[in-house]
Design a protein around this ligand. Structure first.
Ligand code: VG1
Ligand code: CO
Length: 582
């Protein structure tokens, strides 16, 4: 057994190691600076209770993007030096973000031990490769992202760090073959265990869903299926679940081999970046002759999802509402009912209408999955979602792309359980349009202005806040711009008080709530790596069931124009159009 010693390495703080909405994300070149990653990891260990770290098990893995393997080796050495007893690594360093959450919660080691926390190596939907992004985030014992109280501590530590602990004598650990390597250090044995990335996660999915019912759906000759992993880590799980377990054809999987640069694309499942899938599903041009009935994609770390029907896009805000409305009958995990539902503030209120209809508790939290965790731990919420293509439930404490696909397949399987008299398949579009007819429709879109000058973005937000103190003036501008748009009834900055621990998160987005239920929300992204990204969320409710089938862009055009005028978007940012529309 190799032995190691612990070295105190001198270092200096780096600016800007503040974790954002979901961890620390920077260009790979920034992470490659000597001591940069080590500083962050040491600052994290220092923010955690020493007695919990001593002898603990920590998970380290991610979406396999460029720099992951180097990062894993560095973290192993720092963990060993900080007294961690064991590091668990998914084979090839691959674990999806939802799988990490599942590993923390469900995996039991050979001595009955469980993981205390995890470093997830991902910048999620951001591009990868030597000139693109890397990221790291820490998840805690409940399997969810570290809360702000912890990330604030980590950030404070990064500002004062003078040295970090690193093991000397641990060779490069093989992470490509499963097995256990052990080392002997000053405080005893230290082990690295490499395990199959899919097993626990697949077992969990089998407990939640009726795999036989989904297999029967996939076997129908009139049901065709397509899944695009955008070269992210989802491919590993898709192969095992959709092909091996559920019997889908291998050819229904696209871009399912993980690549460290995601094949040069943005691993972001939306209409802009999932180009190939969008075309396959008949939403681009030219429209193919044969279009699958169901298409889905996931992001780099497989926590996001996009659901498409034949020539049909399901907005993420609708998706979570529809899953919630159909969960109890279609998904065995929910057969005893839902404890409650939750959405992030900018997500459309489609979920609220379902909650009201079903008499469920409902919560509105700031952007970022960490805010759902407390509600779920307290047994207050079963299903939650974000407009940013994130959907999930209390089976883990992260959003879950593959889960969302299985949830949709379950709903389709259930709706198609008795072959209808005419034998016609109930499609994704049928399910969504029927939902609108029952609950009304929330027309919705999001405009992103990426890589805007940070000062300009701040000025724009300040300008918007000023409108709050003069709603009459604001309503006059709106009337002069588009008289058909309703008046603003309330303007504020969203503030959230966690009902479980009472913690308050303020400045979570600038809101304008209109008298007819429409909403405009502006916020700055917390996941970008350069400059600022302004997100503009636009929502309009149509309760008249006969008007739910209109074109979304056309319906929202007046409200969009109002948003651009009241924010002076072009004046502040110099941008006449957004980078991405979702
Ligand atoms: C974005 C989304 C947010 C999501 C976060 C992490 O954050 O808006 O809803 O939780 O990304 O998703 P922001 O601060 O850039 O708006 V993931 O899949 O990138 O971890
Ligand atoms: Co992600």
């Amino acid at each position: 057994m190799a032995t190691f010693t612990v070295k105190k390495q001198q270092t200096k703080p780096f600016d800007g190691q503040k974790p954002g909405t979901s961890g620390l994300r920077k260009k790979v070149k920034v992470f490659q600076q000597e001591h940069y990653l080590a500083n962050f990891v040491q600052s994290t260990f220092k923010a955690l209770p020493a007695e919990k770290i001593r002898g603990s098990t920590i998970v380290v893995s991610g979406d396999g993007r460029y720099y992951s393997e180097d990062a894993i080796q560095i973290i192993i050495k720092i963990a060993a030096a900080n007294g961690v007893g064991q590091v668990w690594v998914g084979q090839d360093g691959l674990l999806s973000t939802p799988a990490v959450s599942c590993i923390i919660r469900d995996r039991v080691g050979s001595k009955g031990e469980k993981a205390y926390g995890a470093f997830i190596l991902t910048a999620s939907h951001n591009a990868g490769g030597p000139d693109e992004d890397f990221g790291i985030k820490y998840n805690t014992e409940n399997g969810g992202p570290a809360l702000e109280s912890l990330t604030d501590k980590i950030f404070e530590n990064t500002k004062n760090i003078k040295e970090y602990l690193i093991a000397e004598g641990i060779p490069h650990v093989d992470i490509h073959n499963t097995g256990r390597s052990t080392f002997s250090g000053p405080s005893g044995e230290f082990a690295v265990e490499v395990f199959d990335s899919t097993e626990e996660y697949v077992n969990l999915m089998k407990k939640i869903f009726d795999f036989e019912a989904i297999s029967r759906l996939l076997a129908r000759p009139d049901f065709t299926f397509c899944f695009d992993a955008l070269h992210g880590v989802a491919g590993v799980y898709a192969k095992r679940i959709f092909v091996t377990e559920l019997g889908a054809a291998e050819s229904s999987l696209v871009n399912c081999v993980p690549k460290e640069d995601f094949g040069g694309g943005h691993p972001d499942p939306n209409l802009t970046y999932a180009k190939q899938l969008v075309k396959t599903m008949g939403l681009g041009s030219p429209v193919p002759e044969e279009i699958p009935e169901f298409g889905a994609a996931a992001d780099g770390d497989a926590d996001r999802n996009m659901i498409l029907g034949k020539k049909f896009f399901v907005t993420p805000s609708d998706s979570v509402a529809i899953i919630a409305a159909n969960a109890v009958g279609s998904i065995p995990y929910f057969r005893h009912g839902l404890k409650g539902v939750a959405r992030s503030m900018p997500t459309s209120a489609a979920l609220d209408v379902v909650a009201k209809g079903l008499g469920l508790r409902q919560f509105e939290v700031p952007t970022g999955w960490k805010f759902f965790g407390n509600l779920m731990d307290a047994g207050m919420c079963s299903i939650c979602g974000e407009e940013s293509f994130g959907t999930g439930s209390d089976h883990i404490r992260e959003k879950d792309g593959i889960w969302a696909v299985l949830a949709w397949l379950s709903i389709l399987a259930y709706r198609n359980r008795d072959v209808a008299a005419d034998g016609k398949l109930v499609t994704v579009e049928d399910i969504v349009t029927l939902h609108w007819k029952t609950y009304g429709r929330h027309y919705y879109t999001r405009y992103d202005y990426e890589n805007v000058d940070a000062g300009a973005a701040k000025n724009l937000m300040d300008h918007l806040v000023k409108h709050h103190s003069d709603l009459d003036g604001l309503n006059k501008i709106i009337k002069d711009t588009r008289p058909e748009v309703a008046e603003v009834a309330l303007g504020d900055e969203f503030e959230y008080t966690d009902p479980v621990d009472g913690s308050v998160s303020s400045h979570q987005g600038v809101r304008f709530l209109f008298k007819d239920g429409s909403r405009l929300v502006f916020r700055l992204s917390g996941t970008g790596s350069v400059g600022a990204t302004i997100r503009l969320y636009i929502e309009q409710y149509q309760s008249d069931r006969s008007k739910t089938g209109a074109d979304a862009a056309g319906t929202l055009a007046p409200l969009v124009q109002v948003a651009l005028v009241i924010s002076k978007m072009e004046e502040f940012t110099g941008r006449s159009s957004p980078t991405v529309i979702t």
